[in-house]
Ligand binder design. Structure first.
Ligand code: AMP
Ligand code: MG
Length: 399
């Protein structure tokens, strides 16, 4: 059976080979979370002038030593055009963000000076270049500020704004179809019969898709019949990717795989050595990535994070994010079945050091335990027992 790392690699390589998303132009005001499809270049040097990064006096460094006096010949605030050059034994008062005038090669902080009329006494030596960021040192005109494939977070949006890219060219958000399956499943807003359950998987999957800035398209629930599955899978395949939940185990009514096969699906894997989530299915069907996630709600959530997330990132035009492992100390001894990597709902707490405790749970149907967890505790396949006090890996909850 594939390890989860091998399965992720297959998802990444097969999704990368599929068609690239389309692009659109969008105002920076609406661009949070979008991925740039065209690199963003510096429209001029940054900074555009030698910029003072302190309030003080622009000086010639060679003129400074403890007790030296300089004649102040002018003042420059941010935005001013420097007109007077600094000559030997003179200085110009300068504010943070102002352009350093010709002749000066350093700024001495106002805290290190004493002013008397137009005379400035300095209390120390400054070195050439001190408190000045030279023109073009952050980036030079025409060079890359944000490479293609960068996701626009707040800092990237600020960088784009700084260089005058008011409209960014970005990849369209992938549309991700979500289809739950199961005769027992009713809409989450409905009142279930005594042996029915509400559709929570479409809610968690929709939310997980949204955390990736992709667009969920909800197709509700399909009955465990060929006819209903066929019709809803056909509709779902109109989107850029299709995620099904349920119907992939070995039960008599688990029909997802046979129906996908009718649509010409190429199955890349249909089991991974993990718990929860072992019967997870990945296929490519009509040029789209298709996932059949096990229906048990915690399995659905975990297998989304392990396998669907990298595919959606690639469809969004960016690189898949590696799993964000952190180290923590286990508080209680664990014993799990070997041969599988376990991803167990757990609580990470911070004292002197990060500590993690697996939550008591009733297995992969226990949504309430998962809702109390703030991370997944990873138990590797070669460890049957892990003692309290040992270091373990955890994956923090993405949101
Ligand atoms: P399955 O993978 O279809 O065998 O389903 C496994 C378990 O998950 C069963 O107990 C189902 O009732 C439950 N389940 C399946 N689909 C959903 C859903 N959309 N929301 C909540 N639970 C589900
Ligand atoms: Mg089912």
């Amino acid at each position: 059976m594939l390890s989860y790392q091998q399965a992720r690699e297959l998802v990444i390589s097969r999704t990368t080979a599929l068609n690239k998303p389309q692009t659109e132009s969008i105002s920076l005001l609406n661009a949070l979370g979008f991925v740039v499809s065209q690199e963003i270049l510096a429209d001029r040097d940054y900074p555009p002038f030698n910029r003072s990064i302190r309030d003080g006096y622009a000086v010639r460094a060679a003129d400074t030593h403890p007790g030296a006096t300089l004649r102040c010949i002018g003042e420059l605030k941010a935005g001013d055009t420097p007109s007077i050059a600094v000559q030997s034994r003179t200085c110009v008062q300068i504010m943070t963000g102002a352009a350093v005038p010709d002749g000066a090669d350093a700024v001495i902080m106002v805290e290190h000076t004493q002013r008397g009329g137009d005379t400035v006494t300095v209390d120390r030596e400054v070195s050439p270049g001190q408190h000045i960021v030279p023109r073009g040192s952050e980036q030079s005109a025409g060079k890359t500020v944000l490479p293609k494939g960068t996701r626009l977070g707040f800092a990237q949006l600020a960088a784009a704004a700084q260089v005058g890219t008011a409209q960014a060219t970005v990849f369209r958000r992938p549309r991700v179809a979500i289809l739950s399956t199961g005769d027992e499943v009713v809409d989450f807003s409905a009142t279930p019969g005594p042996f029915q359950i509400r559709n929570s998987n479409s809610i968690s999957l929709g939310a997980q898709v949204q955390t990736l800035h992709a667009e969920p398209v909800l197709f509700g629930n399909a009955k465990d019949t060929h006819t209903d599955l066929r019709a809803k899978i056909a509709a779902g395949l109109e989107s850029d990717a299709l995620i099904l939940s349920g119907g992939v185990s070995a039960g008599k009514y688990d029909l997802v795989e046979p129906v996908l096969r009718e649509f010409g699906a190429e199955f890349i894997f249909d089991a991974v050595a993990i718990r929860p989530g072992k019967p997870v299915v990945f296929a490519v069907c009509q040029g789209k990535p298709v996932f059949g996630l096990p229906g048990n709600p915690v399995s659905t959530m975990v297998t989304f994070d392990l396998f669907v997330r990298p595919a959606i990132e690639i469809l969004s035009g960016t690189e898949p994010t590696p799993l964000p492992f952190l180290e923590a100390v286990l508080t209680e001894r664990m014993q799990e079945k070997p041969g599988l990597t376990h991803f167990l709902p757990a609580l990470l707490e911070y004292g002197d050091h990060p500590r993690v405790t697996a939550l008591r749970w009733q297995g992969s149907g226990d949504i309430i335990a998962m809702a109390r967890a703030n991370c997944l505790l990873v138990i590797p396949p070669d460890r049957e027992t892990i003692n309290a006090g040992e270091r373990v890996y955890i994956v923090p909850r993405s949101v």
